[in-house]
Design a protein around this ligand. Structure first.
Ligand SMILES: N[C@@H](CCC(=O)N[C@@H](CS)C(=O)NCC(=O)O)C(=O)O
Length: 240
């Protein structure tokens, strides 16, 4: 029996990538909560292992040479876990190149841009009084729309993002893409992406990984109900 991996986690799309991957790969893990809303990412013990002060991070007690290894950056964690288990990286080198391209696309494009969109559209908009900046709202919303068009076209060619096989690229992109409503997007003109959101969202491991500690997230019940009705993607969890 493998020793459990420590998952340093908070309930965000970057955190879900790894909880989903650990569920998909059948690896035992222990959740270590890092409350980023209350600054726990700056605790010295966490910083010693994750110098960029962001979740997610893992500590695998059974690293490559049998010794513990700490890994930060969600894309690097997914690649490490896929190599460790020999799963979800595709069967050929060509497949692995495709997986890497889409993981990088998420890490360098969709993740940072959608993150800014959440900030300007939602975090600032919820302040009292709300802070609204038209220029960044428009700039980031437009770029997310462009990225989702790219994704939709790719998913018109292949069943999953990197090809006709489910991979860590899907696990990397789905958590952010499932939040399209928070990013001011529509799915009415993106049928391939919508089909993929639903298919991936119904995988038992995705539902389970997505809902780890979900009650801490403070999603409004209306948003969850709407998403479940429209997409069937977030499981049956209801925020109390
Ligand atoms: N590129 C990093 C981004 C991680 C990231 O932005 N994590 C956020 C939560 S989604 C965080 O820990 N934020 C805390 C902070 O910025 O202080 C990754 O993919 O792991």
């Amino acid at each position: 029996m493998a020793a459990p991996i420590d998952l340093y986690y908070w309930t965000t799309p970057n955190g879900w990538k790894v909880s989903i991957a650990l569920e998909e790969m059948g690896l035992p893990y222990t959740v270590k909560l890092v409350d980023i809303d209350n600054g726990e990412q700056n605790n010295p013990e966490f910083l010693a292992l994750a110098p960029n002060a962001k979740i997610p991070m893992i500590v695998d007690p059974e690293g490559p040479d049998g010794a513990p290894i700490a890994v930060f950056e969600s894309g690097a964690i997914l690649q490490y876990l896929a190599r460790k288990t020999g799963q979800f990286y595709g069967p050929t080198e060509r497949d692995r190149v495709s997986v890497d391209m889409w993981v990088m696309w998420q890490m360098s494009g969709l993740g940072p841009i959608a993150g800014q969109t959440h900030h300007f559209l939602r975090a600032l908009g919820r302040r009292n009084p709300p802070v609204v900046h038209d220029y960044p709202n428009e700039r980031f919303t437009k770029e997310v729309a462009r990225l989702y068009k790219v994704l939709d076209e790719q998913l018109g060619r292949t069943r999953y993002v990197a090809g006709d096989f489910y991979s860590i690229a899907d696990m990397c992109i789905w958590p952010w893409a499932s939040q399209w409503m928070r990013q001011g997007q529509t799915m009415h003109d993106k049928h391939n992406m919508r089909r993929w959101l639903v298919e991936v969202g119904h995988r038992p491991a995705v539902r389970k990984g997505r809902l780890i500690e979900a009650h801490r997230r403070g999603e409004d019940p209306d948003e969850i109900a709407h998403r479940e009705e429209l997409m069937g993607v977030t499981g049956t969890h209801k925020v109390p």
